[in-house]
Design a protein. Structure first.
Length: 452
């Protein structure tokens, strides 16, 4: 796929770095030179005004398949999308950062038919949804739902007191209707087998039914005391505001610490149940006065990575049960992990996964990307060549897990003896690098059947 991207930003760097590995990427910005970190990537760069037809012609926009406007300015992204639409018919994605733009563009036919915006994406809103899903389940560091909630994916981080620590999986007992599909260790995701042991710091990923996942959470990962009933949000920007509204809706007692007085007035006017504190997040005295260490969750979402890191360290030292922290740089993730952050939040990584699953890889039926994109969960029909097979008899060529089987009116977490029928749907987990090979395996079997 040929992809044209507008804007040199932290988020565009994450997107470009990932996509340029398998796609032809061209970047446009009015800067004369690329920042050094972009220079190391296999991309084309054109310096110029995105509204200039000559610049777009030099970028071969008519030959591109997708345009992504992700500068730091909403108005520039809207104009850029309109400019591209004037000279080509390619699919367009426009990033925004303001609530009014997101709602207006999403719900106004003018922007889709006249301006040429096919998709509008708001990284901050996507991040808020992710935080809220994680807050809703004790101990998890990532959550996703499929089939209207009938199948769920939870990622946990193993602690020293985990009851199955250092045991081989073949000796571990997990609740019915659950399956461990992957394990991340030292940043590397892999598909475990029976001899795999679980160590402190590992991040296992489970898929299961609502009942099974509830049992898993209750029996192995959580206690009554670990429920999140109180939360402190450091940073009252868009993320803090939208998250507080969601926390209010489920009656989680919430405080927001925000240094800007006028912003505090706005928050106090819009939030009826949240306590607003006008102060800096780096005020150590305030942490003691407001008993931040007693909170079930401390969520650091300021625009400054250093502030988020400092607040995370302080909250951990004071005893906060679960710490969330936002960072704009993947390179800082190891530092945040060493600081004791439980859930590291990346707006860029969140929106990249959404971009890939919803738009770039939409024909591949990808449902979720996990482990910084290392793991992929996708849907595929059971070919007629496998009609009547049991799951254990598939003999997939790559390490892959049949996580869910969808029949006409039932969603099941399969066992080895689960029977597959033609036109059932399977949700399969594998390493992203192997996804194409797994799909090709099923396609070839079907082709061979049709030839005979």
């Amino acid at each position: 796929m040929k992809i044209l991207i507008y804007g040199i930003t932290d988020i565009s760097y994450l997107i470009v770095k990932d996509l340029c590995v398998t796609h032809d990427v061209t970047l446009i910005d009015d800067k004369e030179e690329l920042p050094s970190k972009f220079e190391k990537l296999d991309i084309s760069f054109i310096s110029g005004n995105i509204s200039d037809k000559t610049v777009l012609k030099n970028a071969n926009v008519s030959e591109c398949d997708l345009f992504i406007a992700c500068s730091n300015y909403d108005e520039s992204n809207i104009v850029a999308s309109w400019s591209v639409m004037r000279v080509s018919n390619i699919e367009t994605v426009c990033f925004v950062s303001k609530l009014e733009y997101f709602h207006n563009i999403s719900n106004d036919d003018f922007f889709t038919s006249e301006v040429g915006i096919d998709h509008v994406m708001w990284p901050e809103e996507s991040l808020v949804k992710e935080i809220f899903r994680i807050v809703s389940v004790p101990e998890v560091v990532y959550v996703d739902y499929f089939e209207k909630g009938k199948a769920r994916l939870f990622e946990y981080k193993i602690k020293e007191d985990f009851p199955l620590l250092n045991k081989e999986l073949k000796y571990c007992s997990f609740p019915p209707e659950t399956i461990m599909v992957a394990l991340t260790r030292n940043g590397e995701l892999f598909i475990p087998n029976g001899s795999t042991k679980i160590f402190a710091g590992d991040k296992p990923i489970f898929v299961g039914s609502p009942k099974g996942m509830s049992l898993l959470a209750r029996n192995l990962f959580s206690t009554k005391e670990e429920r999140i009933d109180t939360a402190v949000i450091i940073g009252g920007g868009n993320i803090g505001f939208m998250l507080a509204k969601r926390l209010e809706s489920v009656n989680i007692s919430t405080k927001i610490i925000e240094k800007d007085k006028s912003r505090c007035e706005f928050l106090a006017d819009k939030l009826s149940k949240t306590l607003i504190i006008n102060s800096s997040g780096v005020d150590t005295d305030l942490f003691y006065e407001e008993e931040i260490g007693e909170a079930d969750a401390v969520i650091n979402v300021t625009s400054n990575d250093e502030t988020n890191l400092f607040c995370s360290v302080l909250a951990r030292q004071l005893g906060a049960k679960k710490i969330f922290s936002k960072t704009s740089s993947d390179s800082l993730v190891p530092i945040f992990e060493k600081a004791g952050v439980d859930v590291i939040l990346s707006p860029g990584r969140t929106i990249l996964n959404e971009l890939k699953s919803r738009i770039i890889n939409k024909d591949e039926n990808i449902l979720s990307l996990v482990g910084k994109g290392q793991g992929s969960l996708f849907e595929i029909d059971v070919p007629s060549a496998f009609d009547g097979y049991q799951v254990k008899d598939l003999h997939l060529p790559y390490n892959a897990v049949i996580a869910v089987v969808k029949k006409v009116r039932k969603v099941t977490i399969p066992k080895g003896n689960t029977l597959l029928n033609k036109n059932d749907k399977m949700i399969i987990f594998t390493k992203s690098d192997n996804a194409i090979g797994v799909k090709e395996f099923f396609r070839k079997k079907e082709d061979n059947l049709n030839e005979t």
